[in-house]
Design a protein around this ligand. Structure first.
Ligand SMILES: Cc1cc2ncn([C@H]3O[C@H](COP(=O)(O)O)[C@@H](O)[C@H]3O)c2cc1C
Ligand SMILES: O=C(O)c1cccnc1
Length: 364
């Protein structure tokens, strides 16, 4: 029954560098010489440490960090599960919102415009492609939406492999332009259902705990959503005789094309030694899958925020991650990731430019 694991689902394939953690005492010392009480910059110090470990690994200079051309990559795809009315919107809205991104009208456009962040939109598998070429749009659709995972596998094993390859391709292309931080976002009506089902099959947690209101559905819709995810879990349990699945089978059974492509893009970003900004619930499930494939990927990840989707806290705990912001957002699109970019910029700036007690002649 089990298909042999494809190399793209092994950590060997991604060959992610092991960062030099022996540098940490020097990095800490560099921070502690700055004109401030020890630890007074809180989580900004943790950000600076992570960025320094990553950037120093390549440059050899652990005392200098910079944020170059930060970019949000929004992966979009449709979901068969959405036919069951588990969202406030129908699948057409995925494409309509992508058109809105391209026209500059969505929340993520406003945030990125304000914060000077580049945007790329990737069609990973929408029901209908956008035909007109656009400089922000990358067409790499796997298929016209996934199958309804409450009754059958969402995708084939080959499609799951294609997801990782295509995600890799998009990230590599963007990194070639000189970007050193990639933030990830998503658009796909029904994708909180896929994310909840993925969390269940990856951790063994029941649907009741992993499922939330997504776009803001009624309690009746929420019960239906939980029931459909339960049906999928029963189907999966019969097939695999196990409570938890490997990453490839998880994507095949209950995943989404945008989620799979984000996994590939994250692994490729880490493989290139660059940092990853993780957005909300859906992008975090891609982060969990990526860490299950290659645990070293997590050295490169910064978790932007804790979403109001209730299972996000559980998921962050599973990842042992501390989110930077907690603003009650539950939108996706990469909005949380975008909001964390200024924090990375100020962390880089204080780490690189702030005066030391010696240089400023401050005596404590
Ligand atoms: C107008 C609109 C804009 C959005 N932007 C992001 N999402 C978010 O909502 C969807 C996930 O929630 P669910 O599983 O409940 O469908 C995703 O597309 C996500 O990006 C949106 C949803 C809507 C309706
Ligand atoms: O946390 C998220 O990413 C999220 C939550 C609800 C709907 N869309 C996205």
């Amino acid at each position: 029954m089990h298909t042999p694991q494809h190399p793209v689902f092994t950590s060997e394939y991604w060959n992610i560098p092991q960062l030099d953690h022996a540098q940490l005492p020097d990095i800490q010392h560099h921070i502690d010489t700055k004109t401030k009480p020890i630890g007074a910059l809180g989580q900004l110090e943790s950000i600076a440490k992570k960025l320094s470990l990553t950037q120093g690994y390549h440059s050899g200079n652990y005392q200098y960090i910079e944020i170059n051309h930060p970019t949000i990559m929004i992966f979009a795809a449709d979901h068969g599960i959405a036919q069951n009315g588990v969202s406030i919107a129908s699948s057409e809205v995925t494409r309509q919102m992508v058109a809105n991104f391209l026209a500059g009208g969505a929340a993520i456009n406003c945030f990125c415009y304000t914060l000077d962040i580049q945007i790329k939109i990737i069609d990973a598998g929408m029901l209908q492609p956008i035909e007109t070429p656009h400089p922000m749009l990358i067409n790499q659709s796997i298929a016209s939406g996934t199958a309804d995972f409450s009754i059958k596998p969402a995708m084939t094993h080959v499609q799951a492999e294609q997801c990782l390859f295509m995600g890799q391709q998009a990230a590599v292309q963007q990194l070639q332009t000189g970007t050193n931080v990639l933030g990830f976002g998503e658009m796909g009506i029904g994708n909180t259902s896929a994310a909840s089902a993925l969390l269940s099959v990856l951790t063994g947690l029941p649907a009741q705990q992993t499922t939330g209101i997504g776009t803001g559905i009624t309690s009746e819709q929420l019960n239906k959503k939980i029931h459909l995810i339960d049906l999928a879990l029963q189907r999966v349990q019969q097939r695999y005789a196990s409570d938890t699945l490997d990453p490839q089978s998880a994507l095949v059974e209950v995943g989404g094309f945008e989620i799979g492509q984000i996994v590939g893009a994250m692994l490729a970003t880490a493989s290139a030694g660059k940092n990853i900004l993780v957005d909300g619930f859906i992008v975090s499930i891609a982060a969990l899958i990526a860490t299950r494939i290659a645990p070293q990927v997590q050295q490169f990840m910064l978790f932007a925020h804790c979403s109001a989707e209730n299972a996000h806290q559980l998921l962050l705990k599973e990842l042992n991650a501390t989110p930077l912001l907690d603003l009650g957002l539950r939108l996706g699109e990469g909005t949380g990731a975008a909001l964390a970019v200024p924090l990375l910029k100020v962390a880089a700036n204080f780490y690189t430019n702030m005066a030391t007690f010696d240089s400023a002649q401050v005596t404590v």
